[in-house]
Design a protein around this ligand. Structure first.
Ligand code: SF4
Length: 223
């Protein structure tokens, strides 16, 4: 099991502007300055950490993936998409709890709380990208796809428990509660593996979401 601590992140201010103001280009200079100050502050509140390990796939049936250690992942999506993957890389990522604590203290400044929350989600996305690049480099893979339990209706959130049986969340201070939600909230878990073509969960997700990376396209459910 490998662990990364204090993963360096570089925020793209234009991207954050697009996330916060949802594509509105007429943002006043004063607002941009305020945003830059909040971005600078957020660097001090974020400590990106990751934990990951790999397990060979023993067997894939229509309903589940059976791993070398006997653990089973039940998901029709994973069994379809990961047919050609020899292994699954289990991962757990967090940005820590300081940003969340700060948001909790900002009941008198809801705009700042909102912006910090969005920056936190963006930081998680950057951390996941960092890990994905590292894993591709370590294995010399051309492309890799990632999946998270509960992100789509094709992989139940209860399967978080399998991920936490494989990865010791305590090592990066992440816990799973009885509702299968992670604490701190700004954490992500999942698996990465080889797929025939690069797959994004956004391609099968209908949500109206500012973090969308690819267009909704139900044909991506087909193999
Ligand atoms: S559209 Fe948004 S909610 Fe849906 S999978 Fe993509 S990032 Fe997640």
């Amino acid at each position: 099991m490998k662990m990364l601590n204090k993963i360096p992140l570089k925020f793209d201010q234009d991207k954050i502007l697009r996330i916060i103001y949802q594509g509105n280009n007429n943002v006043h200079e004063e607002r941009k300055k305020e945003l830059n100050n909040i971005i600078e502050e957020s660097y001090q509140l974020i400590n990106s950490k990751a934990l990951y390990t790999s397990l060979a796939i023993k067997k894939i049936t229509n309903e589940e993936i059976i791993l070398e250690n006997g653990k089973r992942l039940k998901s029709s999506l994973l069994t379809k998409k990961l047919k050609c993957s020899p292994e699954l890389i289990f991962y757990l990522i967090t940005i820590g709890d300081k940003l969340e604590e700060k948001i909790g203290e900002l009941s008198g400044n809801l705009l700042q709380a909102f912006i910090l929350d969005r920056i936190g989600t963006y930081a998680l996305e950057l951390t996941t990208d960092h890990l994905e690049k590292l894993i591709k480099k370590e294995r010399n893979y051309q492309q890799i796809s990632k999946f998270s339990p509960g992100s789509t209706r094709f992989w139940d959130i209860e399967q978080q428990k399998v991920i936490f049986e494989i990865l010791d969340g305590k090592r990066i201070d992440v816990k799973l509660n009885d509702n299968y939600l992670m604490i701190p909230k700004k954490s992500v878990s999942g698996v990465m593996g080889l797929t025939k073509q690069k797959f994004y969960e956004c391609q099968i997700c209908k949500k109206n979401c500012e973090y969308r990376r690819k267009k909704f396209s139900p044909s991506f459910l087909e193999v």
